[in-house]
Design a binder for this molecule. Structure first.
Ligand SMILES: Cc1cc2nc3c(=O)[nH]c(=O)nc-3n(C[C@H](O)[C@H](O)[C@H](O)COP(=O)(O)OP(=O)(O)OC[C@H]3O[C@@H](n4cnc5c(N)ncnc54)[C@H](O)[C@@H]3O)c2cc1C
Length: 599
């Protein structure tokens, strides 16, 4: 079945690569980059004390573990629910195939009212990486610093100038196009993807006709650009590789896989956190921390774990009979970027001739060629639309290109959860023409969601109410972006390839005339989907009487020795992708920990 679906250029090439990998049992995954699994030793002796326990070896967890274990006197325990990234993670072009895999937490929202209406059961799928490296193992690897204006949400606790120091600490840009002056001495190698498909030049030309010129690595806020990526020598440079590799020989960093933390434990008398309850495989352990517990489980799981441990809204915890430790607004204020894929039929050929065997050889032997690329997803437009434009651009447009009868189209649609009729209509169109997908994404949404508990059982998924597009302004913004894409299709550049809007058969929108405002809104509500760029669930703030859960040092308010360091603390969606900023915050938190507890 899987093989039948893999037709089209990349589908064939993918199949070839997979068969070569399995025939030769080719090990692409690089677990030799990581410290050994300390799980068996921890089970044998759980009573040993650690100075720091870090929950989650994702983006923030790997970076913090790296920084803290630089201090030889500190013993650092890093607990990760997932395992080592597999071979698939290594190959950049497979980035979209990791959704719904074992390396994805596979979350979904409750039934939505204004978005994802064309998805199964009207639930939005949310993706989150479950492996060493976390989301950096599952994302398309875009690396973008936030804009100075994005820092207003930190209430002046973090200035752009301070952030620049930490961005620089992390980055190691290799290549010539470093106009934004990214750092060059850090652990995270960043470069360009180097895709040169003909169609991207046409998109650049079309955007230019609408006065959005090509900008270099987003030096300016508005325009089209080739985004930077954390890719190193043709492979994904996820954060476990970038930040755990150099720690391999340290004797004071202990990394445990298959370690699901189920509770943060402490003393009510002095409001002090003292360790965690964790299942290593099936073995339940209590592990103690001498200095701090650092929660870096990502924006959904960090909120869930805090709630399970008694840090959250009083009423909710009472409902689940969880003893209250701090009455704070955990789980409220969930922010995300929301996107709408617009499918476009391309009737002229835009394909570059590629030899499948050659592509496979190029990747396996030389780490070059199409497998080192992420389709044309590294081509990004940053534009401004009504009704509330922003100087940083309120809409990003991402791109994807499917060749005729492309076998990667079905998994693309399935992983996003589209209902059968919608899938069928798009796949049918693809048997006759190539498809270009333009994906306008609202990066500064007003709608706010919430993460709560489904039950007090730590093994149950949390309840996630996305509330996507619940604010009318958000729907208006995406409607304006949709109209912008229609204008792009009318440009001279895109007329050359006979690019036309694909009329997708969306059962809920059949009563609308295609092209009317009613149709566009219906299209957005049905096809609109989140990008899982989630933040805000444990929000940061420097005020004493507000919904902030952590202070400006990311410590849980009113609680000692517990910090939250991950995407959940960012209080408001930022206009750029999140990883660079999440890493910047982790580097800043590590510096603060070193200042506070260092000898
Ligand atoms: C599909 C996708 C694509 C994205 N694309 C981009 C992009 O291209 N560029 C960009 O800048 N941003 C992107 N983002 C956003 C960005 O990746 C995230 O905001 C950021 O990586 C989050 O980092 P984090 O440290 O908060 O959490 P994560 O990186 O998610 O790490 C959390 C880790 O904690 C582990 N964990 C969770 N619960 C427990 C527990 N109870 N016990 C033990 N371990 C636990 C998880 O398994 C995971 O490894 C993307 C996000 C997703 C999901």
């Amino acid at each position: 079945m899987f093989e039948e679906q893999l037709t089209g250029f990349l589908g064939h090439a993918l199949l070839q690569l997979i068969s070569v990998l399995s025939y030769y049992n080719y090990e692409l995954a690089t677990n030799q980059h990581f410290p050994d699994d300390f799980g068996p030793m921890l089970i044998e002796n759980p009573k040993q004390n650690f100075d720091f326990i870090i929950i989650g070896a994702g983006t923030s967890g790997c970076l913090i573990a790296n920084r803290l274990s630089e201090v030889k006197e500190w013993n650092v325990l890093l607990l990760e629910a997932g395992t080592d990234p597999t071979s698939t993670v290594e190959v950049p072009t497979f980035f979209d195939r990791l959704k719904m895999s074992e390396e994805d937490w596979k979350f979904s929202t409750t039934k939505e009212k204004n978005a994802c209406l064309g998805m199964l059961d009207t639930r939005c799928r949310l993706v989150a990486g479950k492996m060493l490296g976390g989301d950096t193992g599952i994302s398309p690897m875009h690396y973008e610093r936030a804009f100075p204006e994005d820092f207003t949400c930190f209430n002046e606790s973090i200035t752009y100038e301070e952030a620049l120091v930490h961005y620089n600490n992390i980055e190691n840009f290799v290549g010539i196009d470093n106009v934004r002056e990214l750092g060059t001495g850090g652990d995270l190698t960043i470069s360009k993807f180097g895709n040169e498909e003909h169609v991207r030049q046409l998109i650049y030309n079309a955007a230019e006709e609408l006065e959005y010129t090509k900008i270099s690595a987003a030096l300016q806020n508005l325009g089209y650009y080739d985004v930077d990526g954390y890719i190193k020598s043709g492979s994904r440079n996820h954060f476990a590789k970038a930040f755990l590799d150099t720690t391999r020989n340290r004797k004071n960093l202990f990394v445990v896989r298959n370690a699901l933390v189920t509770k943060i434990i402490g003393d009510e008398i002095d409001n002090r956190v003292r360790g965690v309850e964790v299942y290593v495989g099936k073995t339940k352990l209590i592990v103690k921390s001498r200095i701090e517990v650092i929660l870096s489980a990502g924006p959904i799981n960090s909120a869930k774990l805090l709630l399970l441990s008694g840090f959250g809204p009083k009423e909710q915890l009472k409902y689940f009979n969880i003893p209250l430790k701090a009455n704070i607004a955990v789980g409220k204020n969930m922010q995300d970027h929301i996107a709408v894929p617009i499918f476009i039929k391309v009737n002229s050929s835009t394909a570059n001739e590629t030899d499948f065997a050659d592509a496979t050889y190029q990747f396996l032997k030389l780490r070059k060629g199409p497998f080192t690329q992420i389709n044309i997803h590294d081509l990004v437009g940053s534009i401004n639309t009504c009704p509330y434009p922003s100087s940083r651009g309120n809409i990003k447009i991402y791109h994807y290109h499917f060749f005729e009868s492309d076998g990667l189209l079905r998994p693309y649609l399935e992983h996003r959860g589209f209902v059968g009729k919608i899938m069928k209509s798009i796949i049918k169109a693809n048997t006759q023409s190539q498809l270009l997908v333009m994906i306008p994404t609202l990066v500064l949404p007003k709608s706010v969601g919430e993460v709560t508990l489904q039950s007090p059982c730590p093994f149950d998924a949390p309840k996630i109410q996305g509330n996507y597009l619940s604010e009318e302004d958000d729907l208006e913004s995406l409607t304006c972006a949709f109209v912008f894409v229609e204008r792009l299709l009318k440009t001279k550049a895109l007329s050359e390839i006979d690019a036309n809007f694909l009329h997708v058969d969306i059962p809920n929108c059949r009563s609308y005339k295609v092209g009317t405002l009613g149709y566009i809104k219906c299209y957005i509500e049905n096809m609109g989907m989140p990008l899982s760029h989630i933040s805000g669930t444990v929000q940061y703030g420097n005020c004493s009487n507000c919904d902030a859960c952590v202070d400006d040092k990311m410590r849980i308010r009113g609680i000692r020795h517990l910090r939250v360091v991950d995407a959940s603390v960012i209080p408001k969606s930022i206009s750029q992708s999140l990883e660079a900023t999440v890493a910047m915050l982790a580097d800043r938190a590590a510096a603060d920990i070193l200042r506070t507890w260092g000898k």
